[in-house]
Design a protein around this ligand. Structure first.
Ligand code: FCB
Length: 458
C-alpha cells in the first residue's frame, strides 16, 4: 500500500458512511412485547457454550434506549446505520401471525433515523433464527428458506416505504459452518453434512428474500452480506497455491458464485463429495436461478485475510490456515491485513462485477482499558480503522466500485460465543451502568467524517 493515511477528499461525494450492529448483540429484551425465543436465547442457556455464561438478555439494553442511541449515532456524523431485524420479534414462531409490537419497534427505529437524517440499512437475518424453526430442522431443511421468504415479505411490506436498503443474510458461512458444522455458534450442531445442507437453504432463502423485496418494496436496493477473506498461498509452490484456492472455494466462491448466478463452483462440489448439497439431493431444478436473483450491491464483511498451506489428509479441504509471523494481530488473534482488503475489493470487482460494493462490517477487538470516566484511548483500533479506510481508498483508485463503509461496531456488544469479553465498539459501553463513551477510534471516525462532509461541501 502506498499511503496508510486516508484522505476524505478522495472518496466519492455520495459515499455511504455508517456504523453497524445486530439485533441480538445489542437489543436485550428477549421476551418483551411478544417476542419469541431465538436459537441464540437457547444457545446462551446451554451450559458451556458462551464464555462466562453470558447471554444477550440485557446486552446494550438498546430496546429501552432507542432514542438516546439514535442521538449517539447522529452525533458520530455518519449518514447511514446498519441494524438487523429480529425475526422472532416479528414472527414469534417463525411463521404465522405477525406480532405488531415487534414491527412497531423497528418502525420507531426507522422513523427515528430518518428524522435525524440517517439512512436506514436493514439486515433481515443476523443469526437469531426463531427457535420453533430450529425445532423443525432449522437451516438444514428447505422449509426454513421458504419461511424466510415469507418473513422478508412482511418486513419489506411494512418498512419498504422508508427503508431503501435491505440486506438479506449476514454471513451465511458463519450460520452454516460455525452453527451447524463445528457447533461454536447457535444452534451448536457438529455435523458437516448438515452444514452444507444449511449453506444451500440459506442461499435459497436469500433468493426467496430477494423476490419478496422486489415484490413488496420495488424501489429498494437489496443484496447480501458475505464474510470474505482474501486468500494467499503460504509459499509459491503449486501445492500451496492449490490449497489456497480450495480455502477460497470454501470461504468465498461457495457463496459468491451462486449469488452471481453461476451455481456452485464445480471444483468444490467434486472435493466435497458426499457432503455436497448435490450429493444430498437438495438442489432442485431452478435453484441456480433462485440463488442468483440479481442484486443491487454486494455487502462485504472483512476483518482479516487467510494464508493457506497444503495439508494432505487434513479436514475436507486438505489445507491449513497458517499464522504468519511478524504480523500484528487483534485480540481475536486475527491478523491485521489492510492490504488484503484492497486485494479483496479489486478481485471482487474483476471476478464478479458488482454494481456496487459496500463494506458492511470492518473492525477490531482489543483488550480496552477504560479510565474512571469511561474514556478509552484505543490506539490500535484507531490505527486499524484508518489503515482500512486507506485500503478502501486504494481499492477505489484501482477501480473497485466501493460505495460505502460501515464500521463494526457502533458500540461494544454481545460478541456471540465470546460474550462480553471481546469489545469491537468505537463507542465504549460500561455494561454495569450502560453509559456509552466514544473511544479515540469513534472520535477519529467522527473527525474524519466531518472532513469528508466538508470535502464534498455537505
Ligand atoms: C462478524 C459478525 C458480527 C460480529 C463481528 C465481529 O462475523 O457479523 O456480528 O460478531 O463478526
Amino acid at each position: 500500500m502506498t499511503n496508510r493515511i486516508p484522505d476524505p477528499a478522495r472518496f466519492p461525494a455520495r459515499f455511504t458512511w455508517g456504523v453497524a450492529t445486530s439485533s441480538y448483540q445489542i437489543e436485550g429484551a428477549p421476551r418483551e412485547d411478544g417476542k419469541g425465543p431465538s436459537i441464540w436465547d437457547t444457545f446462551c442457556r446451554t451450559p458451556g457454550k458462551v464464555r462466562g455464561g453470558d447471554t444477550g438478555d440485557v446486552a446494550c439494553d438498546h430496546y429501552h434506549r432507542l432514542d438516546s442511541d439514535l442521538d449517539m449515532i447522529r452525533d458520530l456524523g455518519v449518514n447511514a446505520y446498519r441494524f438487523s431485524i429480529s425475526w422472532p420479534r416479528i414472527l414469534p414462531h417463525g411463521r404465522g401471525a405477525v406480532n405488531q409490537a415487534g414491527l412497531d419497534f423497528y418502525q420507531r427505529l426507522v422513523d427515528g433515523l430518518l428524522t435525524r437524517g440517517i439512512t436506514p440499512w436493514a439486515t433481515l437475518y443476523h443469526w437469531d433464527l426463531p427457535q420453533t424453526l430450529e425445532d423443525e430442522g432449522g437451516w438444514t431443511v428447505r422449509g426454513t428458506a421458504e419461511a424466510f421468504g415469507t418473513y422478508s415479505a412482511v418486513v419489506a411490506a411494512a418498512l419498504g416505504d422508508r427503508v431503501k436498503h435491505f440486506i438479506t443474510l449476514n454471513e451465511p458461512w458463519c450460520s452454516a459452518y460455525l452453527g451447524y458444522g463445528i457447533g461454536i455458534h447457535a444452534p451448536g450442531r457438529h455435523d458437516l453434512r448438515a452444514s452444507f445442507a444449511a449453506t444451500h437453504h440459506l442461499l435459497v432463502g436469500h433468493g426467496r428474500a430477494m423476490q419478496a423485496i422486489r415484490g413488496q418494496a420495488p424501489g429498494a436496493q437489496a443484496g447480501i452480506t458475505l464474510n470474505l477473506h482474501h486468500t494467499y498461498p503460504a509459499t509459491d509452490t503449486p501445492a500451496d497455491r492449490a490449497a489456497a484456492y480450495r480455502m477460497d472455494g470454501f470461504q468465498n466462491r461457495w457463496y459468491l458464485d451462486p449469488v452471481y448466478g453461476r451455481g456452485y463452483p464445480q471444483d468444490m462440489v467434486d472435493l466435497l463429495g458426499d457432503l455436497s448439497p448435490q450429493a444430498q439431493g437438495l438442489v432442485l431444478p431452478g435453484d441456480t436461478e433462485l440463488m442468483g436473483q440479481p442484486t443491487d450491491f454486494l455487502g462485504v464483511n472483512m476483518y482479516s485475510r487467510a494464508v493457506g498451506q497444503d495439508a494432505p489428509g487434513e479436514g475436507f479441504l486438505h489445507a491449513r490456515q497458517i499464522r504468519p509471523e511478524g504480523s500484528a494481530y487483534t485480540g481475536f488473534d486475527w491478523e491485521v491485513a489492510p492490504d488484503s482488503l484492497t486485494d479483496l475489493l479489486v478481485r471482487l470487482q474483476e471476478d464478479y462485477a458488482p454494481d456496487a460494493i459496500y463494506i458492511t462490517e470492518n473492525g477490531s477487538t482489543y483488550p480496552d482499558v477504560a479510565d474512571e470516566d469511561g474514556n478509552v484511548n484505543d490506539l490500535e483500533r484507531t490505527q486499524y480503522l484508518t489503515e482500512h479506510l486507506a485500503a478502501t481508498q486504494e481499492a477505489l483508485a484501482r477501480g473497485a466500485k466501493v460505495a460505502g463503509y460501515f464500521a463494526w461496531s457502533l458500540m461494544d456488544n454481545f460478541e456471540w460465543a465470546e460474550g462480553y469479553d471481546k469489545r469491537f465498539g468505537i463507542v465504549h459501553v460500561d455494561f454495569g451502568t450502560q453509559v456509552r463513551t466514544p473511544k479515540l477510534s469513534g472520535r477519529t471516525y467522527r473527525d474524519f467524517l466531518a472532513r469528508a462532509g466538508q470535502a464534498v461541501g455537505a
